[in-house]
Design a protein around this ligand. Structure first.
Ligand code: SF4
Length: 309
């Protein structure tokens, strides 16, 4: 197999190959909000978004970037006393701010001696040409990727989840980022209300066509105190079973291009805030079940690529 023990190109494998050793991510809060929450586009946010802006494990925005990095390093000191890390600006929209402020916090992260790269999560409608220039500049001096929360390519679902931008916005920014050789990770949520298997697989095919570098697969988590929770209580829409999720993930892995990097195969739920699907709390079991399914069904990343048209 091409990717060590795995049948797919995991981020862990990719980073070991690139840096010659394990590299962790430290999740940071850059103090941002989001146009989909501050009233610029909407005050409701994406239907699944939690109070923390979909960044449950990030540092505290009350602390400086340097202090957050130190604090996160402290949490992993036992298993990772000296290694290097990627600074991951995770929650809310991490390019939604003044250009000089963006430069300042990214540079602060990069100035930490153990930071060897940057990951910046944002929305495709929050990257203008000046920000693109800044990202290109950063890309030329460090290992950088941008994360975009595509979630789905279905316009009806996008409206239902209040994503706030159309697919053409994603496609447009993809071509601009690709033109500047800036790597992009797309988030895809499996199990959004009323989506069929085929709709979800169409989203995966789309990111392959758009030459996305990496993907984060998420199982839809219904988090307490979100608009999604209200919808679930009202409509009891179908949530994926573990068996359905594993089958979908296996199909998705088969569809991906062989060079794409899989950053995540399922979400990290918190016992306190996750309403459904509860089976996903046993993450180890889910990951083991995916590995088992891939092996038993002889599926490897990219071996279904003839399906991409
Ligand atoms: S774009 Fe991100 S931060 Fe903004 S509402 Fe959606 S999930 Fe939340």
């Amino acid at each position: 197999m091409r990717w060590g023990e795995k049948r797919y190109n995991s981020l862990n494998y990719f980073l070991r190959e690139k840096f010659g050793e394990k590299v962790y991510k430290v999740s940071l809060d850059g103090g941002f909000t989001c146009p989909n929450r501050d009233g610029t586009l909407s005050k409701k946010g994406c239907i699944f978004c939690s109070d923390s802006g979909s960044g449950e494990f990030a540092g505290s925005r009350k602390k400086s970037i340097t202090d957050q990095i130190e604090e996160q390093l402290e949490l992993i000191v036992k298993k990772f006393p000296h290694g290097n890390v990627i600074a991951y600006f995770q929650n809310f929209t991490n390019t939604y701010g003044d250009l000089e402020y963006l430069r300042k916090i990214y540079e602060e992260a990069l100035s930490h001696p153990r930071v060897v790269g940057l990951a910046i999560a944002t929305r495709p409608d929050c990257i203008d040409d000046k920000i693109l220039d800044l990202l290109e500049e950063l890309n030329n001096k460090t290992f950088l990727w941008i994360e975009l929360g595509l979630q789905t390519t279905d316009e009806k679902t996008a409206e239902n989840i209040n994503r706030g931008w159309k697919l053409e916005v994603f496609d447009d920014i993809m071509s601009k980022l690709n033109n500047r050789d800036i790597k992009v990770v797309a988030h895809i949520i499996l199990g959004l209300p009323n989506e069929s298997f085929e709709t979800m697989l169409a989203s995966i095919r789309h990111i392959v066509r758009e030459k996305v570098w990496g993907v984060k697969f998420h199982l839809l988590h219904i988090i307490k105190n979100t608009n999604l929770e209200k919808l679930y209580i009202e409509t009891k829409f179908h949530t994926l079973t573990k068996e359905e999720y594993i089958e979908l993930i296996a199909k998705g892995i088969g569809i991906l291009d062989k060079d794409m990097v899989i950053h995540r195969l399922t979400g990290d739920g918190s016992r306190e805030t996750l309403m459904e699907p509860k089976w996903s709390l046993d993450k180890r079991n889910v990951l083991n079940s995916i590995e088992k399914y891939l092996k038993e069904n002889n599926v490897s990343q990219g071996d279904q690529d003839e399906k991409i048209t």
